[in-house]
Design a protein around this ligand. Structure first.
Ligand code: SF4
Length: 328
């Protein structure tokens, strides 16, 4: 099997805060192999965005402490990499697409200038060649009039068009990994689907792997080959998307799925998971989902490990209940 483009092993990080420590990631292991589209899903506070940002070392340095584990992109140790090495990795080997392109695009510079700067930074091209490449990339993103977009400022474009520009920028140096953090949350539903279809089409054409960070189970089910479900900074379930959707093992995954419209009869209310994500600076002992879980039992006062629940070892769940089922 091909080596993973992104490999995270037993990663734990903390953010020191006033009189407390926020345990944002607690032993996360995750892998993205070449060409795969992998989803990471969870509510706010699950650690999914921290995982995405840390993968490219985009969290403010000295704001966090790594207490265990490792993180590699294409075999490079990202936690030990120097800033000059990180600059080479970002954009060339791995690129990021954010929820709101306005935060990534410079509002005072035309799109063409921003794109050619990025292309020239990573590739030995003249200005004219970089411009031609930028136009071709925009056209490839199904933008009908790329020259006009090149001459526009970001604020002159719609949200969907800005996100297409971001996708073009992300692909501009043919990275092997794209990390997309809630890339369509700010868009309306129709545009959301168009943008994700475009992202998947272009990734498949180029063999680019995608790590898709989202809170939306419907997006995972439509676009991801495999999924990791995160809760309180840990993976609680993982597997091939179709298998997880068909038979979720962890009660938290079941809760996320029960919020999907297709899971309820017409006229029935959509389910939500009761309660709230616990405070990450004071995580309870035992299973951290216990206070919200309808199946909690005495054993759940001990923290359940993430263990394989099928013969392939690919499907895993961190729940005493799924382990009991497995044993019976
Ligand atoms: Fe619920 Fe217990 Fe499973 Fe946690 S370990 S999800 S509390 S059944």
């Amino acid at each position: 099997m091909n080596s993973p483009v992104l490999s995270i092993d037993n990663l734990s990080i903390e953010f020191p805060a006033y009189r407390s420590t926020v345990k944002a990631l607690n032993g996360v292991s995750l892998e993205v192999r070449p060409g795969e589209i992998v989803g990471v899903i969870g509510e706010s506070g699950s650690g999914k965005s921290v995982t995405a940002m840390l993968s490219l070392r985009l969290l403010p340095e000295r704001s966090y402490r790594v207490s265990s584990g490792s993180l590699h992109i294409l075999g490079r140790d990202m936690l030990a990499a120097q800033e000059k090495d990180l600059l080479k990795v970002r954009g060339r080997d791995a690129a990021m697409i954010f929820q709101e392109p306005m935060t990534a695009l410079n509002p005072t510079r035309r799109i063409g200038r921003q794109m050619t700067d990025v292309i020239i930074h990573h590739q030995q091209l003249s200005k004219a060649e970089a411009r031609a490449k930028a136009v071709a990339l925009l056209r490839d993103m199904h933008i009908a009039d790329p020259e006009q977009v090149m001459d526009s400022y970001p604020f002159e474009l719609s949200g969907g068009m800005r996100q297409r520009v971001m996708i073009a920028l992300a692909f501009s140096c043919d990275p092997q990994l794209l990390i997309a953090d809630e890339p369509t949350t700010a868009l309306d539903v129709t545009v959301q689907r168009q943008v994700l279809l475009l992202l998947r089409e272009k990734a498949r054409q180029r063999g680019t792997a995608i790590l898709l960070i989202t809170h939306d189970m419907a997006l995972v089910s439509q676009f991801c080959d495999r999924v990791y479900v995160m809760y309180t900074g840990a993976v609680v379930e993982q597997g091939i998307t179709a298998e997880v959707m068909a038979a979720p093992q962890h009660p938290y995954t079941r809760g996320l799925l029960s919020g999907l419209p297709e899971q309820v009869e017409p006229g029935q209310e959509l389910m939500t998971i009761p309660g709230q994500v616990p405070n990450l600076s004071a995580l309870p002992d035992g299973c951290t989902f216990r206070d919200r879980c309808a199946f909690a039992m005495t054993k759940c006062s001990e923290r359940p490990p993430l263990l394989a629940i099928d013969a392939s070892g690919q499907r895993k769940s961190a729940c005493w209940l799924s382990m009991e089922k497995q044993a019976s």
